[in-house]
Write a protein that binds this ligand. Structure first.
Ligand code: ARG
Length: 268
C-alpha cells in the first residue's frame, strides 16, 4: 500500500478564536469557546505534528476573523502556487487577505478564481489518485467543479452533500490511502453514493457516532493518523488496516464545526 507523507504544514495560532460570534453551520456555538483551553488543545496538536517530523509554518490570527484558525479552508497549495479560496459567507471573507499576504511573503504565486465562484479550499476538496473529489451543495458554486477541472487539468468528481452538518467534504469523507476511503453514505444523495462505490476500491463506512465524533476530520501521514480523541471504533478500524493512532482532543474547535484537518493546510 502506498502512503503519502506530509512534510510541511501551515497552521494559524488561535489568538482570537474565542471571539466567535456567528453561526454558519449547525455545529457552531458562538459565545461558548474557552480561549485558553483552545490554545492548549491547538498546542497539543502541534506537538503531535512535531513528533511526526512535520515542519510547522505558523500564521498569527487577526482580530475579527475567528474562523481564520481553519487554515485548510484558505486555498490549495501545489508546489509554490496557491489557488486562493473565495468564502461563501461574508463572515469568513475577511480571512483571505491575511493568508494571501502570508503566501506572497513566503514566495508563493497567488491565483484567484473568477469573482462569482465560491470555493473553500481543502475543506471541500480531496486530491485522490488522478481525480479531485469536491463537495457540492452548501459552500461551493454550481460552476466550481468545471472551473477546478480546467485549473488543475484533472477530472473533478462532485460529492453532493444533502445534510448541512456535513457542509464541507472533510466532515464525512476521508481518504486513507490510494485504495481506501472512509465515508458516511447518508451525507450524500443516491447518485453520489453510487458513483463513490464505482470509483473507490475499498470504501469503508463511518458510523453516525464516528462522524459526530469528527472522525472524518483526521489527518493521515504515512502510516500515522491524527484523530479526534474518543473515537474508539474508528481507531479499531484503523488498527486493523495497519495504522498507528495519535489522538488529540479539539473539543473547543468543534464548537465552530472544525477539527484536526480544518486546522491543517498541507504545504508539502
Ligand atoms: N465555522 C467554520 C465554517 O463554517 C468551520 C470551518 C471548518 N473547516 C473545515 N474544513 N471543515 O466555515
Amino acid at each position: 500500500m502506498k502512503h503519502t507523507v506530509i512534510k510541511k504544514i501551515l497552521v494559524c495560532k488561535p489568538l482570537y478564536f474565542a471571539t466567535l460570534n456567528y453561526a454558519i453551520n449547525p455545529w457552531m456555538k458562538p459565545g461558548t469557546i474557552d480561549g485558553k483551553k483552545a490554545m492548549q488543545q491547538w498546542e497539543e496538536l502541534i506537538r503531535i505534528y512535531k513528533d511526526l517530523d512535520v515542519t510547522i509554518e505558523t500564521i498569527g490570527q487577526h482580530k475579527g476573523v475567528p474562523d481564520m484558525v481553519f487554515a485548510t479552508d484558505q486555498g490549495i497549495v501545489k508546489g509554490n502556487t496557491v489557488l486562493m479560496s473565495h468564502f461563501r459567507h461574508p463572515e469568513r471573507q475577511g480571512e483571505t487577505k491575511y493568508y494571501e499576504k502570508w503566501f506572497t511573503d513566503h514566495g508563493y504565486t497567488i491565483h484567484h478564481l473568477p469573482k462569482h465562484i465560491f470555493f473553500e479550499g481543502n475543506g471541500e476538496t480531496y486530491f485522490w489518485n488522478d481525480i479531485i473529489f469536491l463537495s457540492t451543495g452548501y459552500r461551493s458554486s454550481e460552476e466550481t467543479p468545471q472551473v477546478l477541472e480546467q485549473i488543475f487539468d484533472r477530472e473533478v468528481v462532485p460529492v453532493h452533500v444533502i445534510d448541512p452538518e456535513f457542509y464541507h467534504l472533510d466532515m464525512s469523507f476521508l481518504p486513507i490511502n490510494k485504495e481506501t476511503v472512509f465515508y458516511y453514505p447518508e451525507a450524500y444523495d443516491e447518485q453520489t453514493q453510487r458513483i463513490l462505490k464505482e470509483r473507490i476500491p475499498n470504501l469503508v463506512e463511518f458510523s453516525r457516532g464516528e462522524v459526530e465524533g469528527f472522525a472524518a476530520n483526521s489527518v493521515v501521514t504515512d502510516h500515522h493518523v491524527v484523530v479526534q480523541s474518543g473515537n474508539k471504533t474508528f481507531e479499531e478500524k484503523l488498527h486493523k488496516l495497519g495504522y498507528e493512532i495519535h489522538p488529540v482532543d479539539l473539543s473547543e474547535f468543534k464548537k465552530s464545526g472544525g477539527g484536526i484537518h480544518c486546522l491543517t493546510n498541507i504545504l508539502e
